[in-house]
Design a binder for this molecule. Sequence first.
Ligand SMILES: Nc1ncnc2c1ncn2[C@@H]1O[C@H](COP(=O)(O)OP(=O)(O)OP(=O)(O)O)[C@@H](O)[C@H]1O
Ligand SMILES: [Mg+2]
Length: 317
Amino acid sequence: MLRVRLSVSVEALSAVEVRKTYHTRGQTPVEALRGVSMTLRKGERIALLGRNGAGKTTFLRISSTLLLPTSGSLEVFGSDVIAHPEQVRPLIAVVPQEGKPFFHLTPREQIYAYLRARGVDREPAKASVSEALGQMGLEAVADRLSVTLSGGQKQRVMVATVIATKAPLLFLDEPTIGMDPFARREVWESLRRLTVQGSTILLTTHYLDEAESLSQRLYVIEDGRVLVEGTASAIKQQVGGSLKVSVANGESLREQLSSFGEIVSDGGTIHLITSPERINDIMAIAMKAGISATVGPVTLEEAFLRIVGRSIHGEEV
Ligand SMILES: Nc1ncnc2c1ncn2[C@@H]1O[C@H](COP(=O)(O)OP(=O)(O)OP(=O)(O)O)[C@@H](O)[C@H]1O
Ligand SMILES: [Mg+2]
């Protein structure tokens, strides 16, 4: 009998109902993940957002075969992450949270050694090392021991090491932490280039401008669950308006403005989230009171604060 294998499109990562409870002797167990499901299509750039302790690193560690879940299932390009981690490992590369390069290797040596350990031949490895060093702006320090590098330079080495693999699925846990704004943009550019070439990327970040600029979809994790999922603009639309009016020392106007939209306080400044057609009326109130107000777009950070804030306070999202 002729068997025809249907070519089904395989997701880069498919996670279903992943749970993780950490048990530490003598301590109350920690439910870090309470049923996270997620799908990454090939070539996507996805960001995981969430407060400290939300469960992002736990999810990345489980997805990248470094930690076993308590329950749930995960596949990377159709391979079972729990049953067959050895099939998954060649397909992935990881920048761990707070990872550091080997202090007594130079960036060039570290990246080369890593590629060789992954089975890349000498000449292609050398070429990939040069390319990654160039992309991360590390040429000038490529032959210095990593122990002598600055914090941001060390972090660039971590990212360069993973970028050089060109692995089909990359996990990056806060990859740009400690980097200057130029270096962050170099990372974004390199990651975009990799996905154009077919890689898939899952990253975490607390920089919401980075999440917005870099990723095509976002998952907001809160207390071990997926709180919302979608594009940055879809998530921003959930907060009830596309514009934000900021009024310094505006507490006296709070009551008058509250009918125009949702008010968020930030120190003495109040921010009113509203829609464009209401701006004129709002500005008229501020002017009458002799208080200046500025208008700008709602940022992803504001939407995040609002959406996660609602969840913390038990309101419906
Ligand atoms: N090895 C561990 N043993 C016990 N609890 C742990 C362990 N690792 C993490 N946790 C707990 O699990 C929860 C999720 O932690 P995790 O590191 O996944 O959060 P995160 O979203 O990555 O946070 P951050 O933004 O601070 O990096 C936290 O409550 C944390 O204290
Ligand atoms: Mg983390």
